[in-house]
Design a binder for this molecule. Structure first.
Ligand code: NDP
Length: 265
């Protein structure tokens, strides 16, 4: 019998760790499947490409998460609420869509105890799904972004939102860099003077960027704060996607044992 095929769709997609994460898990668990990467240029061709390649499931990364949402026949309630899908599974010719980024993120920050107030630096797509799940779980989320535009929808949804100009520094239990500042450059997600006022008052700092120590996390460490990068978020969203791909055949713990090896190779 032919192998069951999975893939990640994105543009760019060459940097993605997902093929390694999923293939290590398939191999380790003895599940006869293979996971590839596919550079999808046009998001609106997602569905036809999925079927043309004979896939069983996909992950979707930037910039196609909204196209993925639109392509699904059946949406998980949380994916429907946040309008973004990063995992699709085909069942009897229908595409089922899920968002595993946000629960993965929630699990990654759950190791920090006694957290109530959270400050997000940034208001992009990742902030959208993660702010929603955090609020559902009882966290109080405030967003600080360098420009006004992206804050509008958060404001409409009842979040407290500020730009650098309107923000008054105060204490937050957790500060999270949700921007791409520091990903390919050495920039901080907010002016240094502002960060120097809020970091000393926080318990911990988290960055969604993984694979490097960003200037934001360096600054947090200088202030003696507990820090965490985006690796666990990536790992946990992958494990939850794998659970959907394999129809909940394996436990989170079993999958983690194999998938985490992708971070040491
Ligand atoms: P978006 O493009 O949707 O949003 C980018 C955000 O970053 C905006 O709020 C933008 O502000 C802000 N920003 C960008 N550059 C700067 C800068 N130099 N200074 C201050 N603010 C800046 O991005 P995403 O939400 O899709 O991704 C955000 C980050 O999350 C990326 O680094 C990505 O790699 C990471 N990520 C990590 C994952 C993981 O598994 N660990 C999963 C998904 C994403 P403005 O509105 O003013 O433009």
């Amino acid at each position: 019998m032919a192998k069951i095929l999975f893939a990640i769709f994105g543009n760019p997609v060459s940097h993605s760790k997902s093929p390694l994460m999923h293939n290590l898990s398939f191999k380790g668990l003895g599940f006869d499947a293979c996971y590839a990467r596919y550079k999808l240029n046009e998001g609106k061709k997602l569905k036809e490409t999925f079927f043309a390649l004979g896939l069983k499931g996909i992950n979707i990364t930037v910039p196609h998460k909204e196209h993925a949402y639109a392509a699904c026949d059946v949406l998980d309630p949380f994916a429907e609420k946040v309008g973004a899908v990063n995992t699709i599974v085909e069942k009897e010719g229908l595409l089922y869509g899920y968002n595993t980024d946000a629960p993965g993120f929630l699990k990654a920050i759950s190791e920090f105890q006694h957290i109530k107030t959270v400050l997000f630096l940034g208001a992009g797509g990742t902030a959208q799904s993660t702010s929603s799940i955090l609020r559902d779980e009882g966290y109080e989320v405030t967003l600080l972004n360098r420009s006004e535009g992206r804050l509008e929808k958060f404001k409409k949804n009842g979040f407290k939102t500020y730009t650098f100009e309107t923000f008054t520094p105060r204490a937050y239990d957790l500060i999270i860099n949700m921007t791409s500042a520091g990903l390919e450059d050495d920039s901080l997600p907010a002016p240094k003077g502002l960060l120097e006022q809020i970091i000393p008052q926080t318990n911990a700092c988290v960055d969604v960027i993984y694979g490097k120590e960003t200037p934001f996390l360096k600054l947090a460490k200088l202030h003696g704060k507990a820090t965490k990068d985006g690796s666990d978020m990536l790992l946990y969203q992958g494990i939850i996607a794998f659970e959907y791909f394999t129809d909940q055949c394996y436990t989170f713990k079993e999958i983690k044992l194999h998938m985490k090896k992708a971070f040491t190779l």
